[in-house]
Design a protein around this ligand. Sequence first.
Ligand SMILES: [Mn+2]
Length: 438
Amino acid sequence: MRFAHLSDSHLGTRQFGLMDRETDFYDVFAKNIDKIIEKDVDFVIHSGDLFDNNRPSTEALLAFQKALLRLNEEKIPIYAIAGNHDSILRKGAMPPLVLFKDLGLKVLSQDNPVYTEGPVLICGIPYVASSQALALKDFYAQLSKLADKYLKSILVSHQGIDKWMHEDTHEIELSEMPKNFDYYAMGHIHNYIEEDFGKGKLVYPGSMEIWRTSENNDNYREYGKGFVVVDLSYDTPEIERVKIDLPREFYNEIIDYNKFEERLPIIKKEIESLENKPMLDLTVVGGDFESSEVYEIIKETLGDSVLNLRPSFKPDKVLTEEESINPDNILDPRTLLHMKVNDKYGKDAGNLSINLLDNLSIGRVDDAKIISDRYYSEHYHAVEENDSDSNQDKIKESEEINGSDSLDDYLEKNLNAADEEINDEDSSKSKQMSFDDF
Ligand SMILES: [Mn+2]
């Protein structure tokens, strides 16, 4: 018995507010499904974050609907759980996955955590926040007992395990995972991870596309993006990594200012040989230069050859305030904003400010909202664990009360408040987590 395991497709992601990037994610998803069908598997498991958020756009829903109908045609069932991005923690709320139940999608939920495919047990529950880690372990212990009764068993899970997470951002430790499953179909971590665990294999297939630019520097070069095909007919499952080419490259370049003029045409040539316009992060370092001038040169030389240009500058000598208002050094407001925010809050915040300015100045409020939402979920990971509506309310509240608070202060407040809210729901959640239903 063979199945395909993929995860973290994040359909609907509009990276940096770019429509082309949204389309990239849909295209790559369709390519993954094509390849899965070609691999002639018996079933498919998707372990969370199918959608980038819990209210996907019609386009994102359609992208999945198309894939599901194709799998239906081939009579390949697909099992899925909700991840932290596409679940709603509010009591009684349903994840978007539920829309596809009548089209045959097999949704693993707290009320319905168990399926079988012939002799194989497929079980698991949606993402659980760390505030409910105890209930999660309890649930896994019960699933583990059930697994003993089956010839082969698969645990589907969208959680961070301590071994591969930054300090304190995990929900469960590796040693706390049940040990008697043949395969652990993991989601949440965007790197590729394959580990011998218990009597079987534990795999994070990773994200389907480069969702966060840093993923370009993680183990993507080594393992690519894609899915795995798992063969359960051996004592220990056999794993085949299937890479799916991404539509465009991410370039991270650091250029020494002194070699700037000779390096730029080489980059341009490289970039223009690519089939699709890449994403380009360019940092110019060293030397004595003016960011605005260098920026103009980069924009002029490479602007048309890339989909998205994110330059940053680290000259040896940074202009003082007086120098920068010298009429000889006049900077356009955009560059000035970029430099100021860059200096004070770092490169990512600098790019955020530019992206917001570019979109808001032409009235693209929705795109600006997506960009800022993404920024928060990328940089303040825990925020995305909570319901976005109540968070927005809280951000509003805290802005009203404490307009002058630092970002960290108000996020901390926000997170604490959101944690309390989750705790309030604890009693109802743990009732849902009973095994009476099957
Ligand atoms: Mn994810």
